[in-house]
Design a binder for this molecule. Structure first.
Ligand SMILES: [Zn+2]
Length: 337
């Protein structure tokens, strides 16, 4: 027998409570297959009726308590919704009485809807609470913006709405995608889905803002080009983290180098797109001289160049160290075999 019975018997309570590691679990199971006395002890441990009774009792008590809490929470939510109807009613009457039509009433209504989405909805809804709250909040917020836009006779709603959607999507989209059930091909590509939606929304904000500002077409094209160049960084980093099949240290090393190189040269690339002339800032670096340069033109400025040079050196050093550590780590298990 590979393992001593005594050792296995020490492990049995942990194995029974399912708190031991996978390795220990496998060892215990292998041993139990071969050893009848230990198997007997394991069986006794399993048949402790007291344990099971306690479990059933615990579950029933917790279940009853949870149902009670749920009912109470729902009632609080319902009362709250009722109370919110009072200002809605008052404003409805006042608006008709004073203005003989409904205009600012809709702003009050929409504001209260935003408030209710964050207070009443989470109390009343039972399943997918976070998702419903977020959905209600987004819709009521967009409604509030639309109403304000109409009231102020503006045309800023598309800009505001696309910006709000982008912000909410960047922060909350990962949680939403995590909670909902997606169809098969998308199921394993949640990260890709989030990145794609955020990217499309970002381009949307730029295009919509352009038409709101009624600027020259060339600015839109330059803006889209710069946006595309800047988006390369998050997309490349995402691709490495999600799809590169290697260990975490190597991924971290590659990402560190890419981010360092990107930061050191991105300003030069943007300047090239905007002004059409290539000027590599880092070539001005002189670590013995830290001068801000001439006012206005910035001629002779070495601070920027020095900072980017140091960023590049440090990120390359850290990145190479991480990759080396990662390679060493990935070789180790092979040597052991
Ligand atoms: Zn044994």
């Amino acid at each position: 027998m590979k393992y001593e019975c005594e050792m296995i018997r020490d492990l049995l309570p942990l194995y029974h409570d399912k708190v031991c590691s996978n390795v220990s679990e496998r060892v215990v199971e292998e041993h139990l297959e071969e050893c009848a006395p230990c198997r007997e002890i394991a069986k006794k441990l399993k048949n402790t009726a007291y344990d099971e009774k306690l479990q059933i009792e615990r579950e029933s008590v917790i279940g009853a308590h949870a149902r009670k809490v749920k009912r109470k929470t729902f009632m609080v939510g319902a009362y709250m919704a009722g109370i919110l109807m009072i200002p809605v009613g008052v404003c409805l009457i006042c608006n008709i009485a004073i203005g003989h039509s409904l205009d600012w009433f809709f702003i009050v209504l929409a504001s209260l809807m935003v408030f209710a989405s964050l207070t009443v909805v989470p109390l009343v809804v039972e399943e997918k609470r976070g998702l419903c709250t977020l959905g209600a909040f987004t819709i009521s917020l967009l409604f509030l913006l639309l109403v304000c836009n109409i009231y102020s006779r503006g045309r800023w709603f598309p800009v505001a709405a696309s910006g709000v959607l982008l912000g909410l999507s960047v922060v909350f989209m990962p949680f939403v995608v995590y909670q909902i059930k997606l169809p098969k091909p998308l199921h394993c590509q949640k990260g890709l889905l989030v990145m794609t939606v955020d990217t499309i929304l970002l381009y949307g904000v730029i295009i919509i803002s352009h038409f709101y500002g009624r600027a020259d077409m060339i600015y839109l094209l330059k803006g889209l080009m710069i946006n595309t160049i800047c988006l390369l960084l998050p997309w490349v980093v995402f691709g490495i983290i999600r799809y590169l099949k290697t260990n975490g240290l190597i991924k971290a090393g590659i990402c560190t180098i890419i981010i360092g190189v990107f930061c050191a040269f991105i300003n030069d690339v943007i300047a090239l797109v905007l002004e059409g002339r290539l000027h590599i800032c880092i070539l001005n670096a002189d670590l013995s001289r830290w001068a801000m340069g001439m006012p206005m033109t910035g001629q002779g400025n070495t601070v920027d160049a020095n900072v980017w040079l140091l960023t590049l050196i440090f990120s390359l050093t850290i990145g190479i160290c991480l990759i080396a550590a990662g390679v060493k780590k990935s070789r180790k298990p092979m040597e052991n075999q």
